[in-house]
Design a protein around this ligand. Structure first.
Ligand code: ADP
Ligand code: ZN
Length: 648
């Protein structure tokens, strides 16, 4: 379970939800959505919503935000308007809601006039409960006036971080949403996002004019994701190998340049993988075709620049591979977050090399505005700390969202004991000693100049070439020492001083750092590919690993439970084939018919009658009626003959 980190402003809202509403919520949860319980925070959010409160909810991707506004929309009288910036995906969102039997419709600029008129007619007839609109439509005063003629009972603003200039996806159209609060004073507004830095939260609350909002900030850990980081050798070959280990599983490869996306897609095609490139240089038509085919399981892999993926609801993305070092941890978190939305295990892999750092540095150096320059440097430092340190990846990643995670997650390469460690006590002491002898005010570059014996002007000016530590570390190269400095920082042996004029401050030693310098502690660091002659794995370091990997066993067991046995795979493939066929007939993406999770539950439970099927996660009345019989037939047929008609 993911408990909320914070639940604010709970006072007074619970009393307002009637017993009847509660009953109705429970009913719709199973019969419309097919779920037997709530995900963390959903119930609180739904209660607050039904009590008529404004709310701000930051939930991670896959946290189940749609249910938080769809379920109240079913329960309360009147129309719920959902604002979503993702025009290309609106149809899928509405189709998905309709598959569950919700009276949903959408209005955006992609529609022709006739279709739009049809929607207005349905609205006038009171036949729509849930209306999706794009922000650019809502920005028209006339449009809002037309909406006012219906009873708008509530607004839900999806991807609400787009309202904030602090967010990484600011949309000017979202600014006009501030009119909603004044023009629809009686309709509560619920804002949802998966991006939750404090600045964004504050900005969203202010811009939308939320009144005493109920605030939920959920834990951002994604236990279903496995994180791995590898040094790049031959990137394309590594990518091909990785995809080969995930046969048939949909996934996204992110590359930093258009050219790399195309070359990688070709490399995958050469080995028979259905892969396509996606980048800003392609026409809108081509891009939407690629997206469409991916969403509908027509192709297995999209190789994309970061332009791809925002808001893609496809819940069965099983892996994400970064072929190059990402520019920020926030972006990396969002991109990896696109896998495993259905809560089933998913793999992520990040490949990086020294070349990537050089490219990003060159890009940073060309930045003109000073604070942007420093911000980009800080982002690079965070990313490097993530890929290099021997600390649980989840701990580093979540600390970025101010979330403390204790480590030993059992689901990252560090905690699974896949990283080799070297005893670096002596080199660490050399670097710490250089810091102490120079007054604990210098940053990594200067300290590394000293230990590597590099006589820069700055070193000579201060006479640091006279220090006993000058040139004591020539057995390693500069990059090696710089990463050691980052390790010492992430391990809190070195602490950064307050920055001056936007520049990062120098290092001082923590008490832990002093113990290490005096030889009262040892220090092991993740092995680096380009390390010098001293890189031997010490047995002491290996022991340290054993300790960290300790509690991993329980987690791995949980993952094993989620996986199917080999003898179940055949039925699973069979059900996936049927799902794809039905999706094609209905013109919706396969995951809209049933999620991977639902198909797995069916595979395990093998229901043969409607009531057993209805007990499966994700099966509600509407889906049971529409195509339940075909799944039951397939399962019965498989049980009788061990074969199936619709293999993937
Ligand atoms: P988000 O928009 O927060 O990324 P979604 O609304 O797409 O998340 O939901 C993610 C997945 O979780 C979907 O497959 C959805 O069907 C599933 N889900 C949502 N609520 C529940 C629930 N209460 N129980 C089980 N699964 C749920
Ligand atoms: Zn871990």
């Amino acid at each position: 379970m993911r408990p909320p980190l914070e639940l604010l402003g709970t006072a007074g809202h619970t009393g307002a939800v009637t017993a009847e509403q509660k009953k109705s919520v429970k009913h719709h949860l199973k019969h419309s959505f097919g779920f037997s319980g709530f995900k963390p925070n959903q119930q609180d959010i739904i209660d607050a919503s039904l009590a008529g409160r404004d709310l701000f909810a930051a939930l991670p991707t896959g946290g189940g935000k749609s249910l938080c506004y769809q379920l109240p929309a079913l329960v309360r009288p009147g129309l719920t308007v959902v604002v979503s910036p993702l025009i290309a995906l609106m149809k899928d969102q509405v189709d998905a809601a309709r598959e569950n039997g919700l009276a949903a419709a959408y209005i955006n600029s992609s529609q022709d006039a006739d279709t739009a008129r049809g929607v207005w007619r349905e609205l006038s007839a009171g036949k729509v409960k849930l209306l999706y609109v794009s922000p650019e439509r809502l920005s028209g005063a006339e449009f809002r006036a037309a909406l006012r003629s219906f009873k708008v009972a509530a607004f839900a603003v999806d991807e609400a971080h787009c309202v904030s200039e602090w967010g990484h996806e600011f949309r000017p159209d979202y600014r006009t949403l501030s009119n909603l609060r004044t023009e629809f004073p009686d309709a509560p507004i619920a804002a949802f996002t998966a991006t939750a830095t404090r600045e964004v939260q504050q900005d969203v609350v202010t811009q939308l004019g939320l009144r005493d909002p109920f605030i939920v900030r959920a834990g951002f850990n994604r236990p279903e994701l496995r994180y791995r980081v590898l040094r790049k050798a031959k990137a394309e070959q590594q990518i091909v190998n990785f995809v080969a280990e995930h046969p048939g599983d949909p996934g996204i490869v992110y590359r930093s340049t258009r050219k790399a996306t195309e070359q990688t897609a070709e490399a995958l095609q050469r080995v028979g993988v259905a892969a396509e490139a996606y980048h800003a240089g392609l026409s809108d038509d081509v891009r939407s075709q690629v997206q469409e085919r991916f969403v509908r399981d027509g192709i297995q892999v999209v190789v994309a620049t970061i332009a791809f993926g925002m808001g893609i609801d496809k819940s069965n993305v099983r892996w994400i591979l970064h072929g190059d070092l990402p520019k920020s941890l926030e972006g990396y978190y969002q991109e990896t977050g696109r896998a495993g939305r259905d809560g089933e295990p998913a793999d992520t892999l990040l490949l990086w090399g020294a070349q990537d750092i050089a490219i990003i540095r060159r890009h940073i150096e060309n930045m003109q505005v000073e604070h942007e320059h420093h911000a980009a440097e800080e982002r690079l430092r965070q990313v490097l700390r993530y890929v290099e340190s021997g600390v649980c990846r989840r701990t580093t990643l979540l600390s970025h969202f101010d979330e403390h995670y204790p480590g030993s997650c059992g689901g990252c390469d560090v905690c699974l004991g896949e990283i080799e460690f070297d005893d670096c006590t002596v080199p660490a002491q050399k670097l710490l000693s250089a810091a102490v002898r120079t007054g604990e005010v210098f940053g990594a570059h200067h300290l590394v100049d000293i230990v590597t014996g590099t006589a820069t002007d700055r070193v000579l000016e201060r006479g640091h070439n006279e220090l006993p530590t000058f040139g004591v570390g020539t057995e390693h190269d500069r990059q090696w020492w710089l990463s050691l400095a980052r390790d010492l920082e992430s391990g809190s042996y070195l602490l950064r001083r307050e920055s001056e004029g936007g520049r990062p401050g120098g290092f001082m030693l923590s008490s832990k750092g002093r113990l290490l310098l005096r030889g009262k502690e040892s220090f092991a660091a993740a092995r680096r590919a380009d390390s010098g002659p001293a890189a031997k794995t010490s047995s002491a370091a290996k022991t340290a690993r054993g300790v960290q990997a300790g509690s991993a066993a329980a987690q791995t067991a949980a993952a094993a439970q989620a996986a199917l046995r080999p003898d179940q795979e055949e039925l699973f493939r069979c059900l996936k084939g049927l799902r794809k066929k039905i999706a094609g007939e209905r013109g919706v993406p396969p995951y809209v018919v049933f999620s991977d999770k639902t198909l797995k539950v069916m595979t395990r439970n093998r229901p043969t009658d409607p009531s057993a099927l209805l007990r499966c996660h994700g099966v509600g009345d509407r889906k049971l009626e529409a195509y339940g019989a075909r799944f039951l037939d397939a399962i019965r047929g498989f049980l009788a003959s061990g074969e199936c008609g619709e293999k993937e």
